[in-house]
Write a protein that binds this ligand. Structure first.
Ligand code: C5P
Length: 395
């Protein structure tokens, strides 16, 4: 990704243990060509010193609202000069202040006095994050046009594990840079399927597969970054919903098909990432089947091919398919692309891809094959969409 020349960022630190990560974030933003003006709350200074932040940003840090040296106008001057304000880490307390428009210290005043975008990276204990008040405040910030960066789920400083952990500095630096990139999918409606489907056998049992949904969710995230309006029809997964994506939860292939039929006419791009069960049980039992018989035969019938349906609509959106193959990847994928009449198909080896965090893709289009080398699924998703955009814009 290119340099973000001359972008001026006010990086606001509030008082959480993740403040130590802001040092590395500053270094990365400066390395990407940004001018970083650090502003810290008093609480943040208990976690990391202004001297550290000054050394890394190359500028004196703004802390005190009542500093006579700047004529008391630091809050106006700093926000006037900025292309964006980034709060990392943003505590639950600071988020509450932002949601209510409070301005009782330099950083909150600077946020209220801004006329530039505000990006907020929450960092807190999982219970503070899940608290109804925090969730209400977060919804308010999103409604006010604030961009949320994370949080992520994982190990927390308190020893607990869960949602609320601040994104890593490299992820934040990438997100900030992406924020300033052109948005080639702005105004474009992307419809996606992701995850497995679950086909009931009886009241408690079913047929499913090991798809985690990670690839589809990563593509939803990448499309959002490019400015798309994203609708994600998701089978059952354990993944956090990407903020800003409209998620339609489904269980069976039939439900997924119905949801796609409902949204397809409106979509400019359709990406079928879901591992849709090819068959379902002809007559699922409403009650739990007893194990009395020696032998049990299930009759399976074909599920509709959702992708083929969309690709064959009278005015189809631009369709992208996935193929998970266990052998002869290239032959099967190329054949599948022709059979389903897709301009683009991404193929991977099922045994490497399913459930994993990393993958490797081979893209097939009219021009031939393009290998996307092994990487985490979000990096692959971004590369896949860059390739797709070129074809989409041509067509
Ligand atoms: O033919 P195959 O199942 O391998 O094709 C995989 C592609 O088709 C994926 O993009 C998948 O999401 C889509 N598909 C679908 N509906 C099905 C089966 C597959 O949309 N019933």
């Amino acid at each position: 990704m290119g340099q973000a020349q001359q972008k001026r960022i006010v990086l606001g630190l509030t008082g959480g243990i993740a403040a130590y990560k802001a040092a590395e974030l500053t270094r990365l933003l400066v390395k990407q060509g940004m001018e970083v003006q650090v502003a810290m709350t008093e609480a943040a200074c208990h976690f990391i010193t202004p001297a550290t932040m000054q050394a890394l940003s190359g500028r004196p840090v703004l802390v005190n609202q009542w500093d006579a040296a700047d004529n008391g106008m630091a809050h106006i001057d700093a926000s006037r000069a900025a292309d964006a304000i980034v709060i990392a880490p943003a505590t639950a307390d600071f988020i509450a202040k932002l949601a209510h428009g409070l301005a009782d210290d330099l950083l909150s005043t600077l946020c209220l006095a801004r006329d530039c975008p505000l990006l907020v990276a929450p960092a807190m204990n999982r219970q503070m994050w899940e608290n109804a008040a925090t969730q209400r405040n977060i919804r308010q910030l999103v409604a006010d046009g604030v961009t949320l960066l994370g949080p992520a789920s994982g190990m927390q400083a308190c020893g607990e594990e869960g949602m609320g952990r601040m994104l890593e500095p490299a992820e934040l630096a990438h997100d900030v840079l992406t924020f300033f990139q052109p948005k080639p999918l702005s105004g474009v409606k992307v419809l996606l399927t992701a995850g497995p489907t679950y086909e009931a056998i009886d009241a408690v049992r079913g047929i499913t597969n090991r798809s985690s949904g990670k690839m589809g969710y990563a593509i939803a995230q990448a499309a959002l970054e490019l400015g798309a309006q994203v609708t994600l029809v998701s089978g059952p997964t354990a993944l956090a919903r990407p903020q800003g994506v409209q998620v339609v939860d489904v269980t069976s292939a039939a439900e997924m098909f119905a949801a796609v039929q409902q949204h397809a006419a409106d979509a400019d791009i359709f990406i079928g990432v879901a591992a849709v069960a090819d068959y379902r049980v002809a007559q699922p039992s409403e009650q739990k089947i007893k194990k009395s018989a020696d032998k049990l035969t299930l009759e399976l019938i074909h599920n509709p091919d959702i992708l083929a349906y969309v690709a064959n609509l009278p005015k189809p959106p631009f369709c992208v398919g996935f193929a998970a193959e266990s052998e002869n990847l290239r032959e099967h994928a190329a054949q599948k692309r022709r059979a389903k009449k897709l301009p683009l198909l991404a193929a991977n080896l099922a045994q490497q891809a399913i459930g994993a965090d990393e993958n490797e893709l081979v893209l097939f289009d009219d021009a031939g094959e393009h290998v996307l080398p092994r990487a985490d699924k979000l990096t692959l998703a971004r590369a896949l969409l860059q390739h797709m955009i070129k074809l989409f814009q041509k067509g």
